[in-house]
Design a protein around this ligand. Sequence first.
Ligand code: UD1
Length: 403
Amino acid sequence: MQKLAIQGGYRLSGEVKISGAKNAALPIMCASLLTADELHLSNLPDMQDVSTMMKLLEQMGVRIDKSVQATAFNAAVVDKLLAPYDMVKTMRAAILVLGPLLTRFGEARVSLPGGCAIGSRPVDLHIKGLIAMGAEIHIEHGYIHATAKRLHGAHICFDLISVTGTENLMMAAVLADGVTVLENAAREPEVVDLASCLIEMGAKIEGAGSDKITIVGVSKLHGANHAVMPDRIESGTFLVAAAATGGHITLTHARADILDSVLDKLREAGAKIDVTGDRISLEMTARPRAVNVRTAPYPAFPTDMQAQFMAMNTIAEGSAIVVETIFENRFMHVQELQRLGAQIEIEGNTAVIQGCDRLDGATVMATDLRASASLVIAGMMAQGETVVDRLLPFIDLTVSNTP
Ligand code: UD1
């Protein structure tokens, strides 16, 4: 999808089924490289990154059968230990094949991801951790070339919390010789979902979800069936969209227990939220109140929800301060929101938003996934038509939109 034309001024109301989590699906798909047996995955989200990851795995030799209810991944024969530049540049999560390939096959060649729209995003912590586990790593022609006869366990303390860094090293450690301890590990629910899948495959992992993960290497893993967890960012995005437009929405197949920081902020904005089992309902009957946001690793407020709350704050009552502490350049949506009439000032990693009475539709440019979502939300709040241009193809707003 290249463009989305949105007629603003309607409340977002209806019921929507939440998809499987992109950020859990991608590492778990890479975990299929760790075994010669079949891994069956259900609840994979239907989106471009998942298709790209399938293509990447297939070009390595993995056989994927989508005709069955739970997609089957078979990595019995992997003859190309390579993640080429063309794929890594479109999907940074391709770096997650590095740990699995290296630990099972003793070699991997993965393109360095390079910078992206939201910041420089280095992968030095992934590389340092693998070196501590006995890998030899050379950067050659833009590629990470890693080799190791067999990785060994290591005590690794992350300088800063990295989600995919934790996942890559956890996957490398499951087949390493001995015990690996990851300290200052990411506590994100997606790390826990990956660990659950690995445990179902025979891995020995303790502590996932805390900042210290202990992995005892085993000689081989076997197949498993795993259902990918619901997407907490998709959930939060729909909730903000409903709150920002004064709507009434129900999410099904969702998990409220991993959304605390987001739900708290929505309540602070004035939303009424009910949780029953896997259903989350939100009703907003007044103009939202401005809410301050400071992004930080889980369980604090997620950077992937920052842009959406910024959009809501543009029409809120009062002023809000949004501080982005994870990525250095994650305010690309601000200039676009300003084109709709939003009053936002940026100073370093801090944005100050003065809520205004209305936004006016215009053509705006999408820059990254979450920024695109924030512009769609802003378009729904604005008067007249907003065209979100260069829309990345992975946004799927399927909820019914009634006046
Ligand atoms: C993951 C998520 C992304 C989310 C981000 C932060 C996936 C596929 N993507 O990205 O949606 O926005 O977590 O919650 O799960 N860093 C380094 N060196 C490294 C690794 C990271 O300096 O080797 C820095 C990054 O530049 C960033 C911070 O650490 O400033 C956190 O990044 P990280 O948690 O690694 O993000 P991703 O795993 O890439």
